[in-house]
Design a protein around this ligand. Structure first.
Ligand code: MOS
Length: 767
């Protein structure tokens, strides 16, 4: 799905964003959408009364996972399999003078070796050469014997220094700073002139590294001229297509398999350079080759969330009506582009005058990648921060300010109404759940217990997540009453198998345990990458479609057995019966047996009226924190999150997604930051000891609620995505709670104790 080779620098999240917008109805839709006549918002519709959908269902494969039986890419072991290792550049910029593989190839047990770079190295961690050997120790020893001669070149890893006129040029013949986004509506100068209050502040977000439980890895094996790759990936189809393109083999001769997986968060969306290396080593050695990346590799060469430095200038009338909103951002994504973060500023609030200008600055560090709601997560921290500072300047309740200004239509370029008014429900339910009335009326007003100050904050979420039309799923019914659902989607760990089983079981009148799920194979019917919060809203409707067709056939078969009209058949309690004469009835088993052979039903996720409705997802998060003003330590003590993601399929895994989004936002908001070392051009914290990640001890009491908005125009189930929506506002809600507690806004994440104490000094200086 992502149209770029990631062989060199990794996928930029901007490419991913274009995909997510195009599929889910954001501001980047073609201009013709703007010309379409906006339809009225959907009439209040009620979902059917389901037995399973919307309830909590345990994972059908939970036991497999917790007992260690589920096979991950790291677990794959093939006969004759070699271990591949990659040599990476220790230098941030250099001319590659020579690579000598001969000493490595001379080591007994080394079966293949490759050069992986020529010309210039542009970041530390870039792959240079590889070996495959009988075991890991031999491979590592051989790697150390490869002779690489580098001619060092000047480099820059600090994004602020990279902006200087005299900074080393990261890209050949191009400046380090490049425009990535520009947007405007109305006239901001006029808007500021009309305002009673203007607030202008700068918010910064750091480099947040994806740290999936399972690091990246691939196993490649050639079966004749057919390549089979086991890959820890979010997109088996795009890895297949990428491998075919780079290796110049037909896509039909490549199969990518992803059985179980320990997360990706956007860092595993496309084909990776080490996967291509594994395939080439396997070809050279004539044996399977396994390449697993280390935790250090994870920090240097497979992406991270790019940084941002966002300056907002916002004007409002005394009553809180926004009159002008201006955002200037400088992002940095290493040798790749940073994210544009303007979407929340453009679309959440109905400000008539809005202007966005964004640039990225290139540095000699590995390229950034899409990370859980790329751009929106950073932008939401800035926008929701300045909204709170504006509320204080207006002496207004920050929630009232939001409820006065939130938009019910896409403002970016279409003016098309959002498909529900779920956001207001989110505000209302969340405020109640957290006890909003307990907040300090003005930031910093609380007296607290000794050095501890408490505060409560809110932030708003907007994202895409309507799913991808054209997603396919097959249902196979067997005469022995077994049922199989087959789809080329993948489960990142979110519970995809279970939601598929729930939808199939609901529709067929069975139990989720009766359904066999087959996913994670590029030979199966097409499904999009598991990114962009599009898995459930793509796959669930396709499964529903196939299952509805299966039920139709079963009713026809039952009608023949019962000698009644098909229209007279009803399905209940594992029987097909005559509606008019309930005595005529056949058990499921008999009707399935009448099928005589396995029978396949093809399902497809249908289209949606993209020119009439903007299919976004929404949410509101509320956090309560306690800040120690002597140590600068922040503790999140209570949290309430409300999401509008349409119809929930499995409440249990949906709640898990939201808890995960909050945990990740808490961690990024308080702890996580990759720090680069100017002196070596390498990160100083490429491990889980020095790069801090929140643990179970940091997680507060969390209440997860759903707005339960149902809109059947989205798809046949009214389902929208949830993975990213739950991450967008979480750092922002916590930062706003800190502001409410201490009266000064910590305008940079992570909000380390040092930054909190520095911020408190700003307060002293002001008083
Ligand atoms: Mo993504 S950034 O894998 O949804």
């Amino acid at each position: 799905m992502i149209k770029k080779d990631f062989v060199d620098i990794g996928d930029s999240s901007r490419i991913y964003m274009e995909e997510a917008r195009g599929q889910a109805g954001g501001t980047a839709r073609p201009a013709k959408a703007a010309a379409a006549k906006p339809a009225e918002p959907a009439p209040e519709a009620k979902p059917p009364a389901y037995g399973l959908i919307g309830k909590a269902t345990n994972r059908i494969d939970g036991r497999m996972v917790v007992t260690g039986q589920a096979k991950y890419t790291h677990d794959v072991k093939l006969k004759g399999m070699l271990i591949g290792k990659i040599l990476r550049s220790p230098r941030a910029a250099a001319e590659l003078v020579s690579i000598d593989l001969a000493p490595a190839l001379a080591v007994p047990g080394v079966m293949a070796a490759l050069k992986l770079a020529e010309g210039k190295v542009r970041y530390a961690g870039q792959q240079v050469a590889a070996v495959a050997a009988l075991d890991e120790r031999t491979a590592e020893k051989a790697l150390g014997l490869i002779k690489v001669e580098y001619k060092p070149l000047p480099y820059v890893v600090d994004w602020e220094k990279a902006r200087d006129a005299g900074a080393p040029q990261v890209r050949e013949g191009k400046p380090n700073v490049e425009k990535i986004n520009e947007y405007g509506r109305g006239d901001v100068a006029k808007g500021f002139a009309e305002s009673d209050v203007i607030v202008e502040k700068t918010y910064r977000t750091g480099f947040e590294v994806h740290n999936p439980t399972e690091t990246h890895g691939s196993v490649a094996v050639w079966e004749g001229d057919h390549l089979v790759v086991y890959d820890s990936t979010q997109n088996v189809h795009s890895v297949r297509d990428g491998l075919a393109r780079v290796l110049k083999v037909p896509a039909a001769n490549v199969t990518v398999i992803k059985n179980y997986m320990g997360g990706g968060f956007g860092s595993k969306l496309g084909v990776n350079d080490y996967t291509i290396a594994a395939a080439n080593l396997a070809r050279q050695a004539g044996r399977p080759v396994k390449v697993l990346l280390s935790r250090r590799d994870n920090a240097v060469c497979v992406g991270y969330r790019p940084s941002s430095s966002q300056t907002y200038k916002v004007g409002a009338k005394k009553d809180g009506t926004l009159t002008a909103l201006q955002l200037t951002n400088m992002a940095s994504g290493g040798v790749g582009s940073g994210d544009d973060v303007g979407e929340p500023a453009v679309d959440i609030y109905k400000c008539p005058n809005c202007k966005v200008f964004e640039e990225t600055v290139y540095t000699n560090t590995g390229g950034s990648r899409a990370m859980r709601a790329p751009g929106h997560t950073q932008g939401d921290f800035g926008l929701e921060g300045v909204m709170d500072e504006l509320a204080a300047a207006l002496d207004m309740d920050p929630l009232d300010l939001r409820r006065k200004n939130y938009s019910t239509k896409n403002l970016g370029d279409t003016g098309i109404p959002y498909s529900s008014k779920g956001l207001d429900i989110c505000y209302e339910l969340g405020a109640k759940a957290i006890g909003w009335e307990r907040r300090n009326r003005r930031p910093g007003e609380g007296t607290g217990d000794g050095p501890r100050r408490r505060g409560i904050g809110v932030a708003t979420s907007i994202w895409y997540g309507a799913g991808v039309p054209g997603t396919l799923a097959d249902i196979v019914l067997y005469p022995d009453m077994s049922v199989e659902v087959v789809c080329g989607t993948q489960d990142l760990g979110t519970g995809t198998r279970t939601h598929m089983a729930v939808v199939a079981a609901e529709t067929l009148g069975l139990d989720p345990k009766d359904i066999t799920i087959k996913i994670g194979n590029s030979d199966y019917p097409w499904a999009p990458g598991s990114g962009g919060s599009q898995t459930t809203p793509s796959v669930a409707p396709a499964v529903r479609d196939a299952a509805l067709k299966a039920v139709e056939r079963l009713k026809t078969v039952a009608a023949a057995r019962l000698k009644i009209e098909a229209g007279d058949v009803v399905m209940a309690d594992r029987r097909f019966s005559s509606k008019s004469d309930p005595a005529r009835s056949a058990a499921f088993g008999d009707v399935y047996r009448d099928l005589r052979r396995e029978t396949v039903f093809h399902g497809e996720r249908g289209g949606m009226p993209m020119d009439q409705f903007a299919f976004n997802t929404f949410g509101a998060h509320f956090a309560e924190v306690e800040v120690n003003v002597e140590t600068g330590r922040i503790r999140v003590i209570k949290y309430a999150a409300v999401q509008d993601s349409g119809q929930v399929v499995n409440r249990l895994t949906a709640e898990s997604q939201v808890i995960g989004g909050i945990t990740q936002g808490l961690s990024a908001g308080l702890f996580e930051e990759r720090v680069m070392d100017d002196a070596t051009g390498n990160p100083v914290n490429p491990n889980l000891r020095d790069y801090k990640i929140g643990t179970s001890l940091d997680i507060p009491e969390i209440t997860v609620l759903f707005a339960d908005v149902f809109d059947p125009r989205i798809n046949n189930l009214g389902v929208k995505g949830l993975g990213e929506p739950a991450r967008v506002p979480s750092s922002a809600a916590i930062a706003n709670a800190v502001y409410n507690a201490i009266g000064v806004h910590v305008r940079e994440i992570p909000m380390t104790p040092k930054r909190v104490l520095e911020t408190l000094k700003r307060k002293e200086a002001a008083s």
